[in-house]
Ligand binder design. Structure first.
Ligand SMILES: Nc1ncnc2c1ncn2[C@@H]1O[C@H](COP(=O)(O)OP(=O)(O)OP(=O)(O)O)[C@@H](O)[C@H]1O
Ligand SMILES: [Mg+2]
Length: 242
């Protein structure tokens, strides 16, 4: 469970996130929407205890990011889009294992987790090859596996499908559904409205760091009287100047 409670983040005088509140339940895939610079990554970084909120608090499975950051980190897996930062001279397996060992996983458990993830993400063919020569999509799969190696309850995915082709994006979507069935809490940011539409029932829409909407996609469409998510998005971005 993720409980965002009136959270704010200032960088100097600039408020990147203001008075933000929403809740994501276990077993839910929740979408975080907003244009470039809206505050999505900042919000996820606060959830992962990489950044401290300047106002409010966030609870992850009941633990406060302010008071119990160690407990939070143990329960959270985070994946950022863009440069995934793998060690090129190590194999896919070694990259994932390195992260697993940082989480204190026992060798036997680590082997088991890597086998499961490698099967789930269709990585068996290249799991023992060095990642230096991997394509972007292959690297992204390794990064996804690394995010999930310690079997976290709460999974934060910041534009995770960037660079994935249609097949890999499908594998990814199936994996998200499976994690949802396992009762994981999944927060997902994307600029791809088609993907949001396929994966999420509920979304939060933020604009310039403030919440504009939180609820089901049906409610969102009803509220704006527009069916197409891209059009709703544009209406929010263009319709408000504060
Ligand atoms: N470390 C920082 N110092 C100063 N300003 C920052 C910092 N990190 C983020 N910001 C600012 O906060 C705002 C929100 O940025 P954030 O990265 O959260 O947006 P985003 O919604 O993830 O955008 P995108 O869709 O482009 O990834 C931006 O104006 C950004 O410039
Ligand atoms: Mg971002």
């Amino acid at each position: 469970m993720i409980d965002v409670k009136q959270v704010g983040k200032r960088f100097g005088h600039f408020a990147a996130v203001q008075d933000l509140s929403f809740r994501v339940e276990a077993g839910e895939v929740y979408g975080l929407l907003g244009e470039n610079g809206a505050g999505k990554t900042t919000t996820m970084r606060m959830m992962a205890t990489i950044l401290q909120p300047t106002e409010g608090d966030i609870e992850i499975s009941g633990f406060s990011v302010r008071r119990d950051p160690v407990e939070v980190r143990r329960r959270i897996g985070i994946l950022f889009g863009g440069d995934v930062g793998l060690y090129n001279r190590l194999t896919a397996r070694e990259n994932i294992a390195y992260f697993g060992s940082l989480y204190g996983l026992e060798p036997a458990r680590l082997r088991e987790r890597i086998d499961i993830l490698s099967r789930m993400l269709d990585m068996e063919e290249f799991i023992d090859r060095r990642v230096g020569a991997f394509s972007r999509g292959m690297k992204q799969k390794v990064a996804i596996a690394r995010t999930l190696v310690h079997d976290p309850d709460v999974i934060l995915l910041d534009e995770p499908s960037t660079g994935l082709d249609v097949t890999a994006a499908n594998i990814f979507r199936r994996m998200v559904s499976r994690m949802q069935d396992e009762g994981k809490t999944i927060l997902f940011s994307s600029h791809n409205m088609g993907e949001i539409n396929k994966l999420c029932k509920r979304v939060a829409l933020i604009h310039k760091g403030r919440l504009r909407f939180a609820g089901t996609l049906e409610c969102l469409r009803e509220k704006f009287g527009i069916v197409d998510l891209d059009d709703i998005f544009m209406a929010v971005v263009e319709g408000s100047e504060n």
